[in-house]
Design a protein around this ligand. Structure first.
Ligand code: ZN
Length: 240
């Protein structure tokens, strides 16, 4: 039997239609995910993993970084938010005035803790407000002419005893100018992602399972199956 070729995405992954643009700087399990989404009027970050500040600086101007208004976090694992602290500090060093909005799944203890510690350390010099929005019952909302539809996905984390436990986790669908980008975050195969990815212009689907018994991520086959229901898709979060 022919051995299946290992697939490794080549980052950055970039997709653009008109002024709807998304760049995945990186998405490697246990290392980092970092995504920039922009339109003419909007600049969002999705999953500010380690290295996000370096990657933003390499790719867009300081002024553009200062224009980033909203940060969407799929879940609290370190590889999806490890760069948040330095990103927030950088904005203060540059004397940002506009508020920064951070959206994350309800029950995500990591964001609450990082934010609390950040405010304790920097409140005397912080030049901008940070608005936290935890999402429990996902419903659509609009920011900068982009409709954002969060949806619950099914991600887990391994425990010491070898079992696993549910992690509050979201995917996000961004719709703008009749185009839709669906980002599933980290998840096992789940109906909500199947539904949201279908007919999207771009689906960004994780294929992070190390083997068939992995109940925290999807296999390449599952990810591809979902991806193919969208017009285009990227497979990300593939173990290296
Ligand atoms: Zn995760």
């Amino acid at each position: 039997m022919a051995k299946k070729k290992k697939y490794t995405p080549k980052y950055p992954l970039v997709w653009q239609k008109k002024d709807f643009y998304i760049e995945i700087f990186c998405s490697i399990p246990n290392i980092a995910t970092g995504i920039l989404l922009t339109t003419k009027k909007a600049k969002f970050v999705i999953d500010p993993g380690d290295g996000i500040l370096r990657d933003l600086n390499k790719n867009i101007s300081k002024n553009d970084i200062m224009e980033i208004s909203d940060v969407f976090i799929s879940h609290g694992h370190h590889d999806h938010l490890g760069g948040l602290w330095s990103f927030m500090t950088y904005l203060s060093v540059l004397k940002r005035k506009k508020a920064l909005n951070i959206y994350f799944p309800e029950g995500c203890q990591e964001i609450i803790s990082i934010h609390k510690a950040f405010i304790e350390v920097y409140s005397h010099e912080l030049t901008y407000n940070i608005n936290l929005t935890s999402i429990d019952k996902p419903k659509k909302f609009k920011r900068k002419s982009i409709e954002i539809e969060p949806f619950k996905v099914n991600h887990r984390e391994p425990l010491k005893d070898g079992s696993s436990e549910y992690v509050p986790s979201l995917g996000f669908k961004f719709t703008y100018d009749k185009m839709a980008i669906c980002y599933g975050g980290d998840t096992a195969y789940c109906d909500s992602l199947v539904k949201m990815a279908k007919n999207s212009d771009l689906a960004i689907i994780e294929a992070g399972a190390t083997d068939e018994s992995d109940d925290t991520h999807m296999t390449m086959e599952q990810a591809e199956q979902i991806g193919r229901t969208a017009k285009e898709f990227f497979l990300v979060h593939v173990p290296e």
